[in-house]
Design a protein around this ligand. Structure first.
Ligand code: ADP
Length: 272
Protein backbone atom coordinates (compact mmCIF):
# COMPACT_ATOMS: atom_id res chain seq x y z
CA UNK A 1 0.00 0.00 0.00
CA UNK A 2 1.30 3.49 -0.81
CA UNK A 3 1.81 6.00 2.01
CA UNK A 4 -1.50 7.38 3.36
CA UNK A 5 -2.25 10.97 2.31
CA UNK A 6 -5.50 11.06 4.37
CA UNK A 7 -7.30 12.15 1.24
CA UNK A 8 -9.71 9.28 0.54
CA UNK A 9 -11.19 11.18 -2.42
CA UNK A 10 -8.06 10.76 -4.51
CA UNK A 11 -6.79 7.44 -3.12
CA UNK A 12 -7.82 4.08 -4.53
CA UNK A 13 -6.73 1.91 -1.55
CA UNK A 14 -9.48 0.13 0.32
CA UNK A 15 -8.11 0.45 3.85
CA UNK A 16 -9.94 0.19 7.17
CA UNK A 17 -9.70 3.96 7.73
CA UNK A 18 -11.39 4.80 4.46
CA UNK A 19 -14.02 7.53 4.97
CA UNK A 20 -17.14 8.12 2.88
CA UNK A 21 -16.93 11.27 0.74
CA UNK A 22 -18.73 14.36 2.05
CA UNK A 23 -21.77 14.75 -0.17
CA UNK A 24 -23.40 18.09 -0.86
CA UNK A 25 -26.77 18.73 0.83
CA UNK A 26 -30.06 18.89 -1.04
CA UNK A 27 -32.27 21.97 -0.91
CA UNK A 28 -34.59 21.95 2.16
CA UNK A 29 -37.64 21.43 -0.05
CA UNK A 30 -36.19 18.48 -1.97
CA UNK A 31 -36.61 14.75 -1.42
CA UNK A 32 -34.70 12.28 -3.54
CA UNK A 33 -34.83 8.63 -2.46
CA UNK A 34 -32.47 6.88 -4.91
CA UNK A 35 -29.83 8.22 -7.28
CA UNK A 36 -28.60 6.16 -10.23
CA UNK A 37 -25.55 7.32 -12.22
CA UNK A 38 -25.44 6.46 -15.93
CA UNK A 39 -21.85 6.34 -17.21
CA UNK A 40 -20.00 5.56 -20.44
CA UNK A 41 -16.38 5.28 -21.53
CA UNK A 42 -16.80 7.90 -24.25
CA UNK A 43 -19.41 10.18 -25.84
CA UNK A 44 -21.86 9.15 -28.55
CA UNK A 45 -22.63 5.61 -27.36
CA UNK A 46 -26.22 6.47 -26.38
CA UNK A 47 -25.81 7.31 -22.69
CA UNK A 48 -28.39 10.11 -22.87
CA UNK A 49 -30.82 7.90 -24.80
CA UNK A 50 -30.51 5.11 -22.22
CA UNK A 51 -30.84 7.61 -19.33
CA UNK A 52 -34.02 8.97 -20.93
CA UNK A 53 -35.46 5.50 -21.60
CA UNK A 54 -34.76 4.37 -18.02
CA UNK A 55 -36.45 7.48 -16.65
CA UNK A 56 -39.47 6.95 -18.94
CA UNK A 57 -39.67 3.30 -17.81
CA UNK A 58 -39.63 4.21 -14.09
CA UNK A 59 -42.21 6.96 -14.69
CA UNK A 60 -44.45 4.42 -16.49
CA UNK A 61 -44.19 2.29 -13.34
CA UNK A 62 -45.66 5.21 -11.40
CA UNK A 63 -42.52 6.53 -9.65
CA UNK A 64 -41.56 10.15 -9.06
CA UNK A 65 -38.69 10.39 -11.55
CA UNK A 66 -36.01 12.95 -12.36
CA UNK A 67 -33.01 13.40 -14.65
CA UNK A 68 -30.06 15.51 -13.59
CA UNK A 69 -28.14 16.19 -16.81
CA UNK A 70 -24.55 16.26 -15.61
CA UNK A 71 -23.21 15.94 -19.17
CA UNK A 72 -22.62 19.68 -19.10
CA UNK A 73 -20.58 20.00 -22.30
CA UNK A 74 -23.12 18.00 -24.35
CA UNK A 75 -26.45 18.49 -22.59
CA UNK A 76 -28.86 16.60 -24.83
CA UNK A 77 -31.54 15.44 -22.39
CA UNK A 78 -34.09 18.30 -22.81
CA UNK A 79 -34.14 17.83 -26.62
CA UNK A 80 -35.45 14.25 -26.38
CA UNK A 81 -38.34 15.40 -24.20
CA UNK A 82 -39.16 18.42 -26.37
CA UNK A 83 -38.21 20.91 -23.65
CA UNK A 84 -36.92 24.21 -24.97
CA UNK A 85 -38.17 26.70 -22.38
CA UNK A 86 -35.84 28.13 -19.75
CA UNK A 87 -35.80 26.96 -16.13
CA UNK A 88 -37.58 29.28 -13.69
CA UNK A 89 -35.75 30.51 -10.61
CA UNK A 90 -36.82 31.84 -7.21
CA UNK A 91 -34.60 33.77 -4.79
CA UNK A 92 -32.61 30.78 -3.50
CA UNK A 93 -33.68 27.96 -5.80
CA UNK A 94 -34.26 26.79 -9.36
CA UNK A 95 -37.30 24.82 -10.48
CA UNK A 96 -36.73 21.86 -12.80
CA UNK A 97 -38.56 21.59 -16.11
CA UNK A 98 -41.35 19.01 -16.10
CA UNK A 99 -41.98 16.77 -19.13
CA UNK A 100 -45.39 15.79 -20.53
CA UNK A 101 -45.54 12.65 -18.40
CA UNK A 102 -44.15 14.37 -15.28
CA UNK A 103 -40.40 13.66 -15.30
CA UNK A 104 -38.42 16.48 -13.60
CA UNK A 105 -35.35 17.63 -15.54
CA UNK A 106 -32.45 19.97 -14.91
CA UNK A 107 -29.88 20.62 -17.58
CA UNK A 108 -27.49 23.39 -18.49
CA UNK A 109 -29.47 23.84 -21.71
CA UNK A 110 -32.38 25.14 -19.60
CA UNK A 111 -30.13 27.93 -18.32
CA UNK A 112 -28.15 28.91 -21.44
CA UNK A 113 -29.50 31.89 -23.28
CA UNK A 114 -29.02 30.05 -26.53
CA UNK A 115 -29.26 26.21 -26.69
CA UNK A 116 -26.51 26.07 -29.29
CA UNK A 117 -23.99 28.10 -27.24
CA UNK A 118 -20.84 26.00 -26.80
CA UNK A 119 -19.76 25.22 -23.26
CA UNK A 120 -15.99 25.67 -23.06
CA UNK A 121 -15.53 25.54 -19.32
CA UNK A 122 -12.80 23.78 -17.41
CA UNK A 123 -13.38 20.78 -15.13
CA UNK A 124 -13.85 22.60 -11.78
CA UNK A 125 -16.47 24.97 -13.25
CA UNK A 126 -18.36 22.04 -14.75
CA UNK A 127 -18.31 20.15 -11.44
CA UNK A 128 -19.51 23.33 -9.68
CA UNK A 129 -22.52 23.56 -11.99
CA UNK A 130 -23.44 19.94 -11.39
CA UNK A 131 -23.17 20.43 -7.62
CA UNK A 132 -25.59 23.34 -7.92
CA UNK A 133 -28.02 21.18 -9.90
CA UNK A 134 -28.06 18.95 -6.83
CA UNK A 135 -28.10 21.63 -4.09
CA UNK A 136 -30.06 24.53 -5.59
CA UNK A 137 -32.80 22.79 -7.58
CA UNK A 138 -36.06 21.91 -5.85
CA UNK A 139 -36.47 18.19 -6.50
CA UNK A 140 -39.90 17.38 -5.15
CA UNK A 141 -40.96 13.82 -4.27
CA UNK A 142 -38.41 12.02 -6.41
CA UNK A 143 -38.21 8.24 -5.99
CA UNK A 144 -35.56 7.74 -8.69
CA UNK A 145 -33.14 10.32 -10.02
CA UNK A 146 -30.97 9.38 -13.01
CA UNK A 147 -27.75 11.32 -13.41
CA UNK A 148 -26.54 11.50 -17.03
CA UNK A 149 -22.83 11.61 -16.18
CA UNK A 150 -20.11 13.32 -18.18
CA UNK A 151 -18.50 10.64 -20.41
CA UNK A 152 -15.29 8.91 -19.32
CA UNK A 153 -13.76 8.06 -15.99
CA UNK A 154 -11.72 11.21 -15.51
CA UNK A 155 -11.71 14.06 -13.08
CA UNK A 156 -15.14 15.53 -13.82
CA UNK A 157 -17.23 12.34 -13.34
CA UNK A 158 -15.16 11.56 -10.24
CA UNK A 159 -15.96 14.95 -8.69
CA UNK A 160 -19.63 14.51 -9.53
CA UNK A 161 -19.62 11.13 -7.77
CA UNK A 162 -18.03 12.74 -4.74
CA UNK A 163 -20.66 15.46 -4.44
CA UNK A 164 -23.84 13.45 -5.13
CA UNK A 165 -24.75 10.35 -3.08
CA UNK A 166 -25.09 7.87 -5.96
CA UNK A 167 -26.72 4.52 -4.96
CA UNK A 168 -25.91 2.56 -8.11
CA UNK A 169 -24.26 2.83 -11.51
CA UNK A 170 -25.38 1.65 -14.93
CA UNK A 171 -22.70 1.44 -17.64
CA UNK A 172 -23.67 2.14 -21.26
CA UNK A 173 -21.47 0.84 -24.07
CA UNK A 174 -21.70 0.18 -27.77
CA UNK A 175 -20.43 -3.13 -29.19
CA UNK A 176 -17.25 -1.51 -30.64
CA UNK A 177 -16.65 0.02 -27.26
CA UNK A 178 -17.17 -3.15 -25.29
CA UNK A 179 -13.57 -3.99 -24.76
CA UNK A 180 -13.20 -5.08 -21.19
CA UNK A 181 -10.81 -2.20 -20.44
CA UNK A 182 -13.57 0.41 -20.59
CA UNK A 183 -15.91 -1.63 -18.43
CA UNK A 184 -13.12 -2.44 -15.97
CA UNK A 185 -12.24 1.26 -15.71
CA UNK A 186 -15.86 2.15 -14.91
CA UNK A 187 -16.06 -0.73 -12.43
CA UNK A 188 -12.86 0.45 -10.73
CA UNK A 189 -14.20 4.00 -10.51
CA UNK A 190 -17.36 2.62 -8.89
CA UNK A 191 -15.27 0.57 -6.43
CA UNK A 192 -13.25 3.63 -5.53
CA UNK A 193 -16.50 5.35 -4.62
CA UNK A 194 -17.98 2.26 -2.97
CA UNK A 195 -20.97 2.31 -5.32
CA UNK A 196 -22.44 -0.93 -6.75
CA UNK A 197 -22.60 -1.41 -10.53
CA UNK A 198 -26.17 -2.53 -11.25
CA UNK A 199 -25.73 -3.46 -14.89
CA UNK A 200 -24.37 -2.85 -18.38
CA UNK A 201 -26.51 -1.74 -21.30
CA UNK A 202 -25.09 -2.52 -24.72
CA UNK A 203 -26.63 0.05 -27.04
CA UNK A 204 -26.72 -0.27 -30.86
CA UNK A 205 -26.26 -3.96 -30.23
CA UNK A 206 -27.85 -5.18 -33.48
CA UNK A 207 -30.24 -4.17 -36.22
CA UNK A 208 -33.44 -6.13 -36.65
CA UNK A 209 -34.69 -6.27 -40.25
CA UNK A 210 -38.22 -4.83 -40.28
CA UNK A 211 -39.17 -7.16 -43.17
CA UNK A 212 -37.86 -10.57 -42.08
CA UNK A 213 -37.05 -10.00 -38.38
CA UNK A 214 -33.48 -11.29 -38.79
CA UNK A 215 -30.95 -9.73 -36.42
CA UNK A 216 -27.79 -8.30 -37.99
CA UNK A 217 -24.85 -7.65 -35.70
CA UNK A 218 -23.52 -4.65 -37.58
CA UNK A 219 -20.55 -4.10 -35.28
CA UNK A 220 -19.95 -7.83 -34.73
CA UNK A 221 -21.29 -9.97 -31.91
CA UNK A 222 -20.04 -8.77 -28.56
CA UNK A 223 -18.92 -10.68 -25.50
CA UNK A 224 -21.23 -8.79 -23.18
CA UNK A 225 -22.05 -11.81 -20.99
CA UNK A 226 -18.40 -12.69 -20.44
CA UNK A 227 -17.36 -9.14 -19.61
CA UNK A 228 -20.27 -8.73 -17.20
CA UNK A 229 -19.37 -12.01 -15.51
CA UNK A 230 -15.66 -11.20 -15.25
CA UNK A 231 -16.50 -7.90 -13.60
CA UNK A 232 -19.22 -9.29 -11.32
CA UNK A 233 -21.95 -7.16 -12.91
CA UNK A 234 -25.37 -8.73 -12.27
CA UNK A 235 -27.62 -7.38 -15.03
CA UNK A 236 -27.20 -6.92 -18.79
CA UNK A 237 -29.45 -5.42 -21.48
CA UNK A 238 -29.19 -4.98 -25.23
CA UNK A 239 -30.84 -2.22 -27.24
CA UNK A 240 -31.01 -2.44 -31.05
CA UNK A 241 -30.17 0.27 -33.57
CA UNK A 242 -33.52 1.74 -34.49
CA UNK A 243 -34.01 4.87 -36.61
CA UNK A 244 -37.23 5.48 -34.65
CA UNK A 245 -35.15 6.36 -31.56
CA UNK A 246 -33.16 9.11 -33.26
CA UNK A 247 -36.40 10.38 -34.80
CA UNK A 248 -38.11 10.41 -31.39
CA UNK A 249 -35.14 12.19 -29.79
CA UNK A 250 -35.05 14.77 -32.60
CA UNK A 251 -38.80 15.42 -32.30
CA UNK A 252 -38.87 15.51 -28.49
CA UNK A 253 -40.99 12.36 -28.32
CA UNK A 254 -38.80 9.91 -26.41
CA UNK A 255 -41.64 9.40 -23.92
CA UNK A 256 -43.42 7.47 -26.71
CA UNK A 257 -40.68 4.85 -27.22
CA UNK A 258 -41.88 1.27 -27.37
CA UNK A 259 -39.86 -1.79 -26.37
CA UNK A 260 -39.10 -3.87 -23.31
CA UNK A 261 -35.29 -4.09 -23.46
CA UNK A 262 -34.83 -2.19 -20.21
CA UNK A 263 -37.51 -3.85 -18.06
CA UNK A 264 -35.06 -6.09 -16.17
CA UNK A 265 -32.63 -3.20 -15.75
CA UNK A 266 -35.52 -1.20 -14.28
CA UNK A 267 -36.21 -4.10 -11.86
CA UNK A 268 -32.56 -3.86 -10.77
CA UNK A 269 -32.98 -0.12 -10.26
CA UNK A 270 -36.03 -0.75 -8.07
CA UNK A 271 -33.96 -3.11 -5.89
CA UNK A 272 -30.97 -0.72 -5.64
P1 ADP B 1 -24.24 10.04 -25.60
O1 ADP B 1 -25.14 10.57 -24.52
O2 ADP B 1 -23.53 8.77 -25.19
O3 ADP B 1 -23.28 11.07 -26.14
P2 ADP B 1 -26.65 10.01 -27.24
O4 ADP B 1 -27.64 9.32 -26.38
O5 ADP B 1 -26.73 11.53 -27.32
O6 ADP B 1 -25.16 9.60 -26.85
O7 ADP B 1 -26.74 9.36 -28.69
C1 ADP B 1 -25.98 9.88 -29.79
C2 ADP B 1 -26.88 9.88 -31.05
O8 ADP B 1 -27.14 8.56 -31.47
C3 ADP B 1 -28.23 10.54 -30.83
O9 ADP B 1 -28.60 11.24 -31.99
C4 ADP B 1 -29.17 9.37 -30.60
O10 ADP B 1 -30.50 9.67 -30.96
C5 ADP B 1 -28.56 8.30 -31.52
N1 ADP B 1 -28.78 6.93 -30.98
C6 ADP B 1 -28.36 6.47 -29.78
N2 ADP B 1 -28.70 5.18 -29.65
C7 ADP B 1 -29.37 4.82 -30.77
C8 ADP B 1 -29.99 3.60 -31.22
N3 ADP B 1 -29.98 2.50 -30.47
N4 ADP B 1 -30.60 3.59 -32.44
C9 ADP B 1 -30.60 4.71 -33.20
N5 ADP B 1 -30.05 5.88 -32.84
C10 ADP B 1 -29.42 5.95 -31.64
Amino acid sequence: MSECTHDCGSCGENCSERTAPEHEKLHDLSTVKKVIGVVSGKGGVGKSLVTSMLAVTMRRRGFGTAILDADVTGPSIPQGFGIHEKAQGAEDAIFPAVTKTGINIMSLNLLLENETDPVVWRGPVISGVVKQFWTDVIWQDIDYMFVDMPPGTGDVPLTVFQSIPVDGIIIVTSPQDLVSMIVTKAVNMAKLMNIPVLGIVENMSYFECPDCGKRHFIFGESNLERIAKENGIPEIARIPIDPDFSHQVDCGLIELFEGDWLEEMADAVEKA
